[in-house]
Structures are given as structure tokens and as C-alpha cells.
Write a protein that binds this ligand. Structure first.
Ligand code: 5GP
Ligand code: ZN
Length: 142
């Protein structure tokens, strides 16, 4: 994709602090550095989001994430944990439409990264949960 910023990073037309690359993925520091060491892992092939992966590419990309995560963690003894997240669609905070996985090292539970999962369990009856479950199940393989 000619105008995609991450494709330009893959082609080295835009500089990046690359920490790992091979024929399938490139991993480089996120410019925002939400926490120090914040790294993005991207497939070199332009894929917009998780919905567009085939099994082969998904396997290859996920295959590489743990070793990159271990290297990021090992880079600084103060890293105690890591959030790995993947935003899909504008509504889900995706701002660069070339699929990527954020590796966000965590130093304290109070550092510059927050995630809120509200507990809405009291809003759903067992029947409603069953209907949601069945609808998802029916679309497997679409
Ligand atoms: P998203 O919001 O789509 O999940 O994440 C996109 C990420 O790409 C952001 O965290 C942003 O800081 C990062 N980003 C945007 N442009 C560049 C760039 O030119 N270089 C690097 N290294 N990161 C970028
Ligand atoms: Zn791209």
C-alpha cells in the first residue's frame, strides 16, 4: 500500500527503531512510547485488521510475538508485566489501518497505561447470553 505509514516503515522509507524483523514481521518502537519499550509488531504484508488474516499469516505472526515480548521484558529489569493489545476499527481506537499488536511493558499498576473492563454481568439474563453465544457459534467459519 503506497500511502500506508507502516508499509513505508516496512520498506524503510520512514525510519524506525526496529528491534526485530524477518520475512514475515517487523517489530519496532511505537513513536508514542506509552511506557518505555512500547513496541509494535506488524505483519510485513499489508493487512488492515484482525478480520483480514488468513490462518497461515495469523499463525506466523502470533508465532513470533512471545519471543519479541520476552526480549522486550528482558531489556529492562524494571518491567514486571506486559499488556498486548490489538485495536480493530476506528471505534476500537485503531488509528493506523495496517494491523499491529502493541506490546506495552508495565512497570507499575499505576504507569501511563489504563484499560477499563466494566462488569456488566448484571445486565444480561442467561437467555440473552445463550442467544449471543449461539449467534457467534453460527458464524464460525464465515
Ligand atoms: P492504533 O491506535 O492504531 O492501535 O496504534 C497506532 C500506533 O502507531 C500509535 O500508538 C502511534 O503512536 C503509532 N505510530 C503512528 N505513526 C507512527 C510512526 O510513524 N512511527 C512509529 N514508530 N509509530 C507510529
Ligand atoms: Zn500497510
Amino acid at each position: 500500500m503506497k500511502d500506508c505509514i507502516f508499509c513505508k516503515i516496512v520498506r524503510n522509507e520512514i525510519p524506525s527503531y526496529t528491534v526485530y524483523e524477518d520475512d514475515i514481521v517487523k517489530a519496532f518502537l511505537d513513536i508514542s512510547q506509552g511506557t518505555p519499550g512500547h513496541t509494535l509488531v506488524i505483519p510485513k504484508k499489508h493487512i488492515a485488521n484482525i478480520f483480514d488474516y488468513d490462518e497461515e499469516l495469523a499463525s506466523a505472526v502470533f508465532d513470533r510475538i512471545p519471543k519479541i515480548a520476552r526480549a522486550v521484558k528482558a531489556s529492562n529489569p524494571d518491567i514486571k508485566g506486559m499488556n498486548i493489545l490489538n485495536n480493530n476499527g476506528q471505534v476500537a481506537y485503531q488509528s493506523v489501518f495496517h494491523s499491529h499488536f502493541h506490546l506495552v511493558p508495565r512497570y507499575t499498576s499505576n504507569d501511563d497505561f489504563k484499560m477499563i473492563f466494566k462488569d456488566n454481568s448484571n445486565k444480561y439474563s442467561p437467555e440473552q447470553l445463550k442467544a449471543i453465544q449461539e449467534s457467534i457459534e453460527q458464524h464460525m467459519g464465515d
